[in-house]
Design a protein around this ligand. Structure first.
Ligand SMILES: C[S@@+](CC[C@H](N)C(=O)[O-])C[C@H]1O[C@@H](n2cnc3c(N)ncnc32)[C@H](O)[C@@H]1O
Length: 331
């Protein structure tokens, strides 16, 4: 029964798989048809053309987050039926950070390089709490790749493994600065960059149209003021903060710090530039989020025009409304 539901969700997505080596193939909260165990999981598939591997995530519910042995067996049976070679499981407790993903079955590689819509990304399975690619941001990556950013400079903050930086580079940006607080994540971002562009540090010959990649391992709340002090300006700024973060410089939360963060971004943005701002939080509504951005825009005397709203892709994340944000033109 559970296997049938997983299979039909997988089949429904098959047309999308033709163009993508990464896809959420099951989104439990909206596809479980009342099965409480299934409602607590999501499944993502990563394919490199010859092999495919899966990530399974659980959501805690009423103090339970471990999958029982029968459910694990059903999942393994399903994976084998669609020729998945191995899978990992990440169980998320109600509070606190999850442990790293553990092997559910089969063998998984140290990493798998996949293609999404013409871009290359490195996916990891063990020794990590996430595969390295947020699949709900796939529409934004596509938008950036098609955005005609030719000659534009980009500042990608809270960048994680830099997938949005890669998309900007492929979209024609001349220079992309990628900033994140985590050292391993910044290293992963460099690997993703080098899967798509010449090695970092190799000076571009005058004729090349390849973008320059600049990676900063550091705190947004230290670096943005530093860049402002240096009078640096960017044509595109991306903000995608977590709900909560603790750095030596600041304890950030989306509940109280969104206007201050956006004010910093506005100071760095050229007139007529593009601001991309998104959050991944069920705690804040889109209108509350928008009013925080508007507050900062008013303070900084900038006017905003929405180019496009942001949302998780409805076909692979049906009913998911936690990801929200906008692409703005900022005058
Ligand atoms: C939601 S993820 C961003 C996802 C990313 N935009 C993407 O599409 O892959 C949040 C990231 O913010 C980083 N981060 C958290 N606090 C930070 C801070 N104060 N300065 C810089 N980066 C921070 C984390 O290390 C994490 O990689």
């Amino acid at each position: 029964m559970r296997g049938d539901l997983l299979l039909s969700s997988w089949k429904m997505r098959q047309p999308q798989m033709a163009g993508s080596g990464a896809l959420r193939i099951f989104h439990g909260p909206s596809e479980s048809e009342g099965d409480s165990e299934l409602s607590r999981i999501a499944v993502e598939l990563f394919m490199d053309g010859s092999q495919s591997f899966a990530w399974v995530y659980t959501w805690e519910q009423r103090g339970r987050f471990s999958l029982g042995p029968d459910f694990k067996d059903e999942l393994i049976h399903f994976f084998k039926s669609i020729s998945v070679s191995g899978a990992v499981l990440l169980e998320r407790p109600e509070s606190g950070a999850p442990r790293d993903a553990e092997l559910l079955f089969g063998n998984v590689p140290e990493f798998l390089d996949i293609r999404e819509n013409g871009a290359n990304f490195r996916i990891r399975f063990l020794g990590t709490k996430h595969p390295g690619l947020f699949l709900d941001h796939a529409p934004l990556r596509t938008w950036l790749m098609n955005a005609k950013l030719s000659g534009k400079t980009v500042l990608n903050t809270f960048a994680y493994t830099g997938s949005l930086s890669v998309a900007c580079g492929l979209g024609g940006a001349s220079k992309v600065t990628t900033l994140d607080l985590s050292k391993p994540t910044t290293q992963w971002g460099k690997e993703n960059w080098e899967l798509n562009f010449p090695p970092l540090g190799e000076s571009a010959s005058g004729e090349t149209s390849e973008p320059t990649g600049d990676f900063i391992y550091g705190d947004v709340f230290e670096w943005l003021p530093k860049l402002i002090k240096r009078s640096e300006k960017f044509d595109v700024v991306l903000l995608d903060p977590p709900s909560f973060s603790r750095s030596p410089k600041k304890i950030f939360s989306t509940a109280k710090d969104l206007p201050g963060l956006h004010a910093l971004a506005f100071k760095l943005l050229q007139p007529g530039g593009i601001l991309i701002s998104s959050i991944n939080s069920a705690q804040i509504s889109a209108s509350q989020f928008r009013s925080q951005i508007d507050l900062a825009a008013k303070e900084e005397k900038r006017t905003l025009k929405v180019i496009a709203p942001l949302a998780a892709p409805p076909l692979s994340f049906p009913g998911a409304d936690y990801l929200k944000g906008w692409i703005f033109r900022v005058d």
